[in-house]
Design a protein around this ligand. Sequence first.
Ligand SMILES: *[C@@H]1O[C@H](CO)[C@@H](O)[C@H](O)[C@H]1NC(C)=O
Ligand SMILES: *[C@@H]1O[C@H](CO)[C@@H](O)[C@H](O)[C@H]1NC(C)=O
Ligand SMILES: *[C@@H]1O[C@H](CO)[C@@H](O)[C@H](O)[C@H]1NC(C)=O
Length: 406
Amino acid sequence: MKIKYTLPIVFFMALVIIEKENNIISRVSDKLKQTPQTSQQPSSLSNDYSEHRGALRRGRKHILLLATTRTGSSFVGEFFNQQGDNMFYLFEPLWHVEKMLTLDTGGTNATAAAKAYRDVLQKLFLCDFSLLETFIDPLPMDHITPALFRRESSSSLCEKSVCSPVVKGVFERYHCKTSRCGPLNLTMASESCLKKEHIAIKSVRVRQLETLRPLAEDPRLDVKFIQLVRDPRAILASRMVAFAAKYKNWKEWAMGGNVPIDDDEVRKLKGNCDNIKMSAEFGLRQPFWLRRRYMLVRYEDIARFPMKKATEMYKFTGIPFTPQVKSWILKNTQASKETSGVYSTQKNSSEQVEKWRFKLPFKIAQVVQRVCGPTMKLFGYKFVSSEEMLTDKSISLIEDKVFSFL
Ligand SMILES: *[C@@H]1O[C@H](CO)[C@@H](O)[C@H](O)[C@H]1NC(C)=O
Ligand SMILES: *[C@@H]1O[C@H](CO)[C@@H](O)[C@H](O)[C@H]1NC(C)=O
Ligand SMILES: *[C@@H]1O[C@H](CO)[C@@H](O)[C@H](O)[C@H]1NC(C)=O
């Protein structure tokens, strides 16, 4: 049986190339229930640096890269992480918030989580880690933590000024790769952040752009929201590899078995698509508070035209596009195959864009088209009407689209 061998190989190859998001283990459920109150821990940190805040520093930009998982956001985040010395970049700080607010049911109270996300982001944009600290488990002592999620993914948190001496016997799960650093001193991080010209944060956790309005209206901030989207069929193809066990029934069903596919997963898929669409429509409608503050970017455009899109993104933020970023992009979008690894963002990015078409069974593509149709239409992803069309590389499924404001 040929298919018996082909499938594992196809899935293995897919594993190698998918962009890795941090929350393989994160739960995506939205069940509403009571959440624990966040403690009101007073922090000396906020007092220590209050004199630096209160006024908008001229020209300082606060970039928020908003995405969902498996949209290539780690890769796009690097555009800012690689910017150089005057950018302070944070990779998924809200991971801690979501984790702390996760209920026994596996979900979070969406209302409570949205508020916590917004408040933590607002503080972080002011270089204040005090609120985030209350969500880190174990609670940092004297603003020191060995447990900040994916610290090594923020070059700002591993540079010399934030690198304290190694402490013997302290295990650091997310240790810096470029230098040997001890536990993270968040006071040092905060000081370093205040010295940087700009700050960028990437997050896959915010569900509704609208909930972030107070950030845009904060006179101390100059926030630029970049929403990153991707073809939901490609996202699902990627999820089916990463969470193979969860989608076992889907695969059997797609191959003609009569196992019903999991309603809960279909509902989740629809919920995610609807949220993304709502946020994008909201952004494109340009309410007053979002004027010149919102940009929509498709992953497929970035993968096909990385330099062009990066230039546009930098132009939108009003920050100069540095040679460091340019050379990083060159190096990481034309990479040959041997550099891949599951955590790698390095790959021949044009080649990646269409790979899902050979992995996702047509029947499942149809399910996505049914529940995510309006979202796909908004972003210009063409529907496929047959297996042949799905796997015919001469037919592009990406419409040329300029996102003018609605
Ligand atoms: C969710 O949290 C909000 C705000 O904390 C609270 O008012 C609401 O009752 C919670 N909802 C549920 C279903 O527990
Ligand atoms: C953390 O950094 C701050 C600022 O540099 C320093 O004053 C403090 O002593 C450091 N904490 C520890 C435990 O080293
Ligand atoms: C990347 O993939 C594209 C599309 O298949 C191909 O044209 C190009 O030559 C590849 N580039 C490299 C450096 O492998």
